[in-house]
Write a protein that binds this ligand. Structure first.
Ligand SMILES: N[C@@H](CCC(=O)N[C@@H](CS)C(=O)NCC(=O)O)C(=O)O
Length: 202
């Protein structure tokens, strides 16, 4: 039995999207990372950082949303969401790590400082700095997506789930994607997949 810990608006959304794409049965424990429940001793045994998401599958306890997605795609995908050629696998890792290291922190800053934090805790300078930092990597992403529907392997893979999950934070944080037309087209398509909607991701 698979159990996913983490409420849907957290990074658990990356994993919910994958579980739903693969039509897997799972138990969903909606731990809210802003509530004390993340510090419950039983949960800390699974995730000593008191963060979400965490996935438990039999004896395996796995943290880090993108690592969980790689695992699910390889274990349960039967060819879906993954690639056959090593070169394509490398591109799945590359674009997932690009999302994680070049984009995620800024995307999260945008939503935190424009939507999630109480007005008194928002810092417009942080949001503005995040917008600036996104410009270069988004241009690279936009160029990569010219004439393409997917990031890697010529098909929909976990790289697209990971990327769309990250970018959805910037969209929620009112980032103006309009200069990046290929990114807009791509993101709209990925986020309107039935599995994404069913997983409750916005
Ligand atoms: N690198 C981790 C980050 C996990 C993370 O920071 N999750 C946030 C929610 S989206 C959290 O649990 N924050 C609470 C905290 O850090 O105390 C991953 O991608 O899974």
């Amino acid at each position: 039995m698979i159990t996913l810990y983490g409420i849907e608006w957290s990074r658990a959304k990356y994993v919910l999207f994958t579980l739903t794409e693969l039509d897997l049965d799972f138990k969903h424990v909606r731990i809210n990372p802003f509530e004390e429940e993340k510090n419950a001793p039983e949960y800390l045994k699974l995730n000593p950082l008191a963060q979400v998401p965490t996935l438990v599958d039999g004896d395996l306890v796995l943290t880090e949303a993108m690592a969980i997605n790689f695992y699910l795609a390889r274990k349960y995908g039967n060819g879906k969401l993954w690639a056959n050629r090593l070169e394509d696998e490398a591109q799945i890792y590359k674009w997932s790590l690009f999302a994680l290291t070049q984009l995620e922190a800024s995307c999260v800053d945008l939503i935190l400082h424009r939507k999630v934090f109480a007005a008194k805790d928002r810092n417009p300078d942080i949001a503005q700095a995040a917008e600036k930092k996104l410009a270069k990597p988004l241009e690279v992403l936009n160029n990569h997506l010219a004439g393409k529907d997917f990031l890697a392997a010529g098909k929909f893979t976990v790289a697209d789930i990971n990327m769309a999950g990250v970018l959805s934070y910037a969209r929620g944080g009112e980032f103006d994607f309009s200069p990046y037309r290929n990114v807009v087209r791509y993101l709209d398509a990925v986020l309107s997949r039935p599995a994404c909607r069913k997983a409750g991701i916005v």
